[in-house]
Design a protein around this ligand. Structure first.
Ligand code: NAG
Ligand code: NAG
Ligand code: NAG
Ligand code: ZN
Length: 485
């Protein structure tokens, strides 16, 4: 199957009035021809280059936590790789970031009926958390499901204890508030630390880290399994207090955890980079179609899925376009953002450094919810722009996927937020669920993605070579059409 799109049909696909979003009025025949070449590569199982290059970089350097030496080494690897493409212009732009070092950390519970009684709780300190001091914090644990529960218990129950936020997974948006704000809420009631049930719907004893907002008490994530254990222990203990005659009541103890975290933070301690790679347009090179993913990761796993897959799908798309016989009119720019995982400093640095050319950004895309089978984009833009994108997606991407369009009222991804809010039409690229093939949850993300998110298991095996290539093809098609229309 060589030809996916009938070029003659395209010649009559005029978009009417000159669009303020895309500028052009007509689909060029050249675009359709180049898109067909890109689509030809979608089924080429021998092209595993996107996966292979991400594997090489992550095997060599590991994770890419912002402010860490491995981040910088990985940046150098990408810049070196990009320099091998004569048509690319690749450079770094400075971003000042905070440095957070996890250092040694652990959590333990004492359950005297076990032998030995000390039970290790796999945990991960939350990013930006303060440490506990070397002796750690040992206290009883009070589980709460919501902030309302916390408030209802109040100082009398909470003060001096560790609070466990144990809400089950509904969606990232519903659950992440406990990770972000649990410590700053619980400190108001005198809590000495917080534990958060990892934000995932599925666990093989895996803790999931992630950022927390500044607080005067430390925060850490524990597994679903241990969160449930603590809840059961708490409930049995309370039952036994009320009714000492229940069998085994003398064995039911309050859950009590020792938390040791040697985390350290240093404000504005490091200047590192956003990565920018341009493929100059053939005649309107001052106008930009931006495709992107974030380059930083957590310091567990290697950030293969979050967001190596997004960043390298965009980069792979640029390589595919560079190999075509004809360049599009506009410049296609890949951005690999720094510091998405905590403060978004990479985004702010970019919008500041490029403030004079924001109006030249025709479209901005980010992929940061996994790169499994491509599904489409959530787009923040005018109804007119969304209708055009919907028509283009259906025309070009039905075979590969990645062409479904839904409207988003809010910026669909974190690093394009400022561009979206400045009026650039922007799209959050989304995959089907890794396991169920369900269409993505609104606003973003699928349950399969959150099995691996911010864990030691975010390794290359999460990503599939053929799916990663399909993501690059879909992004390349979007970028080419929007840059050439
Ligand atoms: C992939 O490579 C194999 C072995 O070189 C070859 O037989 C096959 O035709 C190739 N497949 C495609 C789709 O190019
Ligand atoms: C609750 O405890 C905190 C910390 O111990 C204290 O600052 C606050 O005033 C207390 N609030 C009430 C209502 O007692
Ligand atoms: C839309 O999503 C479905 C799966 O839900 C997929 O089969 C189809 O290819 C997608 N369409 C486009 C145009 O990408
Ligand atoms: Zn991410």
């Amino acid at each position: 199957m060589k030809s996916y799109v009938n070029v003659c049909f395209l010649a009559i696909l005029a978009f009417g009035d000159a669009s303020p979003v895309y500028g052009g009025t007509d689909m060029k025949v050249r675009s359709a021809q180049m898109v067909n070449l890109l689509l030809d590569n979608a089924g080429n199982v021998n092209d595993t280059s996107v996966w292979d290059s991400l594997a090489e970089m992550t095997d060599l350097y590991g994770h890419r936590m912002t402010g860490h030496i491995q981040y910088d080494r990985s940046v150098s690897w990408v810049i070196g790789d990009a320099k091998r493409y004569p048509s690319f212009t690749a450079w770094e732009e400075p971003v000042t970031v905070n440095v957070w070092n996890r250092n040694t950390e652990y959590a333990q519970m004492n359950i005297p009926t076990r032998s030995p009684p000390t039970v290790d709780l796999p945990m991960l300190g939350l990013g930006q958390s303060i440490g506990t001091g070397p002796e750690g914090i040992e206290a009883d644990v009070i589980p709460v499901e919501t902030f309302e529960d916390l408030e209802a218990l109040g100082n009398s129950t909470i003060a001096g204890n560790i609070v466990l936020f144990c809400a089950d997974f509904v969606s990232y948006r519903d659950n992440a508030k406990y990770r972000f704000s649990g410590a700053s809420m619980a400190e108001k009631y005198g809590a000495v630390a917080v534990l958060v049930q990892s934000i995932t719907g599925y666990s093989l004893m895996t803790p999931h880290t992630g950022a927390m907002n500044p607080a005067s008490i430390p925060g850490a994530a524990i597994t679903i399994e241990d969160s449930k254990l603590i809840q059961r222990m708490y409930n049995r203990y309370n039952e036994a207090q009320k009714n000492p005659s229940i069998p085994n009541s003398e064995k039911f103890i309050k859950p009590r955890v020792k938390l040791v975290m040697n985390a350290e933070s240093y404000e504005n301690a490091k200047v590192s980079s956003n990565i920018i790679i341009d493929l100059k347009g053939s005649d309107k090179s001052d106008e930009i179609v931006l495709i992107s993913g974030h380059f930083d990761s957590w310091d567990v796993g290697v950030g293969a899925m979050d967001d190596g897959g997004g960043a390298f799908s965009a980069y792979g798309a640029l390589k595919m376009i560079a190999n075509l016989p004809a360049r599009p009119s506009r410049t296609i720019r890949v951005v690999m953002w720094n510091n998405e995982e905590t403060l978004g400093r990479g985004m702010y640095a970019y919008t500041e450094a490029h403030k004079d050319e924001i109006s030249k950004h025709i479209f901005a895309m980010e992929s940061d919810v996994g790169n499994f089978n491509p599904w489409g984009m959530q787009v923040m833009g005018t109804d007119d722009a969304i209708a055009k994108l919907d028509a283009l997606g259906k025309m070009f991407l039905t075979t590969v996927g990645g062409g479904n369009i839904t409207k988003s009222d809010d910026p669909p991804d974190a690093d394009i937020e400022t561009l979206c809010n400045m009026g650039v039409t922007c799209g959050g690229f989304e995959p089907l669920d890794k396991y169920t093939q369900a269409i993505p949850l609104v606003p973003a993300g699928t349950e399969g993605y959150f099995r691996f998110h911010h864990t030691q298991a975010d390794r290359m095996e999460v990503l599939d070579k053929n799916q990663l290539r399909a993501n690059s093809v879909a992004m390349a098609v979007w970028a080419y059409i929007l840059a050439d229309q």
